[in-house]
Design a protein around this ligand. Structure first.
Ligand code: CMP
Length: 830
């Protein structure tokens, strides 16, 4: 139509001494379209006509002569793409002039084509505007963009004022062919994208395409908010894909604080990671904007490695003051890594973690990706270093850990030579291997370690190393042996008729094995036997077949019985269970209270130090689920009960009133010294012992106490008061600096509360918020032990006796017996 009716429209034109063949001028094209379309009302304005030409330009029907411009209603040259090859030829029409039948066909199709273009025009106009730089956008343009943004799913959570701001900066980006890479995994994050048309694949090295994203979806935010490298490569999966793009500076200025609260990452149609925005002020020191709410173990690990560990070469990231780059300095304030290390055993056993770490540093890749692969290795080494230094022996005692560490060490060393880098990582791995060696030497020295649970049930004692009766006089506190899974323990198993057999087994032996061997030894032949703890109160606790560390889990005067399940009710306590344990019958009055408190604290500290954070998890979630012993925690928790019942027992066994008064005063002083030594566990135990009903009911005794002592007791009771979730205690302990021996039963209660109140898995993902809560409780142990116990000892008076005494405190743990004794001391008043 143009050629026959407006032949002047397409012609050769000159500009700046250059000839452009067969071209049209934008403004004239608009005139022409208006002329032919206004008659039947299909083209109403220049604006619309401009959009229609732009639609043709986007479809590559026309093009700007040098491909620089979108369509403009200006003195700018365009040509039909079909004529593009005539640019350098002087031949006339390449296709010849249209024939009359072509003209007729064009007439009949004209209205249809104009209708189609009129439909496409608004979108094309929008894209035209979005391609303009910010400073060229008019008020009308901004209004149009804003209207457009209102209908985009990925922006739905943003306020209108934010959308207005975005209208000024958001830009349009189009990619015409499938397979175009928008950015690569590991690249620095520069923009955030929204898909307007088409779709993309999310590709992760070593995994391939993990998911596809479609119109309305967004991507590329993680790297911007976390200041981390791109977590995936993004590739177009359709021709002509259109995107809206917000560049980093604008994103930070407008969106960083208002972006979506929740981000969900999917792989193969399933959610694999759910992140939630950290509210603005909750952690002013951390730049990590998203915290992990839930995820699969491997994806959380991947996210952790990519966002919380620095893959860069340290020598290049030091700033001028020699400080590390921002990522590392922020690392300390963010607990994700630490939470993961403390809790992964719940959702990702060590062997699986090692497989994932191996995968992460051996991703198949081409040679050009060397930097990416080195970054992966750096992160894995840093992770392993933190893991081994914070978790210690549970990592090292796994046989597969050793081969993994050795291989990683060899690989890093080899790479450091081949690529002239990774020097820091070699140093870190050397430290890891040194730690491993120290661990292996200690294990060798402690091989065959044995413990004994004496018949009368008191403290588990060690043969050959620190003893329970004071022989460990010269052994420094820190070196007290930790109970390990392959240590032997000697103990008794009783029958209903009180006959017994003595067994010697590893601490990690299951209740089921113990049951079979005991049944064999005792000549019991029955299928329905159970192993059970019979407490001095008569309470029975049946062991799970999978339970380990059975002997150390007993209560103070508890005994292990084997019985038919149906005959449990017939079990009766041994006579000795009713009495006090085999503690020393020494007069506690003869010891200096300070010396007593000091050695009590030294002893408690040695028990406390032996407890591993993981034991809190095993205990809370059930040791049978892990097959791991909780012996060190058991012994320490039992210590709390021992002190508590010792205090009540000593008072109830003191017949003389004035000696009883003196004893209560001594225990109050003992509590005060324990508090001064920051042995909060013993402080609680002593005060709770004094608060035992068998003691508090001795009103005549209390009345004889000076009022000052009664006031002190009231103050102490206020400190241990459980109201408002032990607020008084929590406030006190927060003010202390290490070393501190915390009130262990409360830590365990916190763990249990967390466990019972929160699911471990939600929709197939690990509930990481729960892991964070667990880790916060577990971290208390580390904080309390951050400094060694090094208080100067008091002037020794009866040091050896005191040390022996505090190791075997006599105690009655049967409340009924204590009440009976108390009633004898002060009968009920009429
Ligand atoms: P970013 O790390 O900035 O760049 C890659 C983007 O891919 C990432 O942000 C996410 O927005 C997006 N993405 C979508 N699904 C996944 C996934 N399963 N793993 C990683 N990135 C994903």
């Amino acid at each position: 139509m143009i050629l026959t009716r407006s032949p002047g429209l397409v012609r050769d034109r000159r500009q700046q001494s250059r000839t452009f063949r067969r071209c049209l001028v934008g403004a004239e094209m608009v005139d022409w379209l208006l002329a032919i379309g206004s008659a039947n009302g299909q083209v109403k304005s220049r604006h619309q006509a401009t959009g229609m030409w732009q639609a043709l330009l986007e479809e590559s029907i026309i093009q700007h002569v040098t491909h620089e411009h979108p369509f403009r209603d200006k003195y700018i040259f365009y040509r039909f793409s079909i004529d593009a090859d005539t640019e350098h030829s002087s031949r006339s029409w390449s296709r010849g002039l249209p024939q009359p039948e072509d003209e007729r066909e064009a007439d009949t199709k004209c209205s249809e084509v104009l209708g189609y273009l009129a439909q496409r025009a608004p979108d094309a106009i929008m894209r035209l505007i979005l391609r303009k730089p910010s400073y060229e956008r008019t008020t009308d343009d901004l209004e149009m963009i804003y209207d457009e943004l209102l209908s985009i799913k990925a922006l739905a959570h943003l306020s209108n004022s934010v959308k207005r701001e975005l209208a000024g900066v958001i830009v349009f980006e189009a990619h015409s062919t499938t397979g175009t890479v928008l950015f690569h995994q590991g690249d620095e994050g520069k923009s955030w994208y929204i898909i307007l048309r088409g779709s993309v694949n999310v590709v992760i090295r070593g995994k391939g395409t993990v998911t596809s994203l479609y119109e309305g979806d967004d991507f590329g935010k993680l790297a911007l908010v976390n200041d981390a490298p791109r977590a995936a490569t993004i590739v177009t999966r359709e021709d002509n894909s259109h995107f809206l793009r917000v560049d980093k500076d604008d994103f930070n200025r407008i969106l960083r604080d208002v972006e979506a609260n929740t981000v969900r990452l999917k792989e193969h149609g399933q959610d694999v990671l759910v992140l939630e925005k950290i509210s603005g002020n909750s952690n002013p020191y951390s730049h990590f904007k998203y915290s992990v709410m839930s995820g699969t173990g491997p994806k959380m690990l991947e996210h952790l490695l990519e966002t919380r560990l620095d893959g860069r070469d340290k020598s290049l990231t030091m700033n001028q003051d020699g400080e590390k780059g921002s990522m590392s300095s922020n690392m300390e304030c963010d607990s994700f890594l630490d939470d993961f290390l403390l809790t992964h055993i719940i959702f990702m056993p060590i062997h699986q973690l090692l497989t994932e770490l191996t995968r992460h540093c051996r991703i198949e890749s081409s040679v050009q990706d060397r930097e990416f692969l080195l970054a992966c290795k750096r992160r894995v080494v840093q992770f392993v270093h933190r893991w081994v230094t914070t978790i210690g022996y549970p990592v090292l005692e796994e046989p597969i850990s050793h081969s993994f560490l050795q291989e990683l060490m060899d690989e890093v060393q080899k790479d450091s030579v081949s690529f002239n880098t990774l020097y820091d990582e070699v140093l870190l791995m050397n430290q890891v291997m040194d730690i491993y060696k120290t661990y292996a030497d200690e294990r060798l020295q402690a091989a065959g370690q044995k413990w004994k649970l004496p018949p009368c049930g008191q403290p588990v004692s060690l043969f050959g190393a620190p003893m329970s009766n004071g022989e460990d006089y010269e052994v420094p506190v820190e070196r007290r042996a930790v109970m390990r899974h392959d240590d032997d323990i000697i103990f008794r198993v009783y029958c209903a008729d009180h006959t017994y057999c003595t067994l010697r087994f590893h601490l990690s032996t299951t209740a089921e094995t113990l049951k079979h061997v005991a049944a064999d030894k005792l000549g019991l032949k029955h299928d329905d036997l159970v192993l059970v703890e019979l407490k001095s109160s008569g309470e029975k606790i049946v062991f799970n077949d999978g339970d380990v560390s059975v002997p150390t889990s007993l209560s103070i005067n508890g005994r292990i019985f084997i019985s038919l399940r149906d005959h449990l009710d017939a079990l009766t306590c041994l006579p000795e269970q009713e009495k006090s344990t085999e503690g020393r019958e020494m007069d506690v009055e003869m010891f200096s209270t300070r010396e007593l408190a000091y050695h009590l604290t030294i002893f408690d500290w040695s028990l406390f130090r032996a407890v591993h954070e993981y034991e809190l998890i095993y205990k809370t979630l059930g040791r049978h689920n892990f097959g791991k012993i909780t012996s060190n925690l058991d012994v320490f928790l039992r210590r709390f009960n021992e002190i508590q019942f010792w205090v009540a027992t000593e008072i109830c066994l003191t017949n003389n009133m004035s000696r009883r008064v003196a004893l209560i005063r001594k225990f109050l002083k003992l509590a005060a010294y324990c508090k001064e030594y920051q042995n909060i566990n013993a402080f609680f135990a002593v005060v709770m012992g004094l608060g035992n009903s068998a003691v508090t009911r001795l009103t005549s005794t209390w009345e004889r106490l000076p009022s000052k002592s009664r006031k002190v007791f009231a103050e102490f009771e206020a400190l241990i008061e459980p109201s408002r979730n032990h607020r008084a205690y929590r406030m006190t302990i927060n003010k202390l600096s290490p070393p501190v021996i915390p009130f262990m039963p409360l830590l365990l209660k916190d763990m249990t509360f967390t466990h019972e109140g929160n699911k471990t898995w939600t929709d197939g993902l690990v509930n990481f918020e729960k892991m964070h809560m667990f880790a916060s409780a577990m971290r208390v142990l580390r904080l309390c032990r951050a400094r060694p116990f090094s208080l100067p000892p008091p002037t020794p008076r009866n040091e050896i006796e005191v040390r022996g005494y505090i190791r075997s405190l006599r105690c009655i743990d049967n409340q009924r017996t204590l009440n009976t004794l108390s009633l004898k001391l002060e009968p009920k008043r009429a």
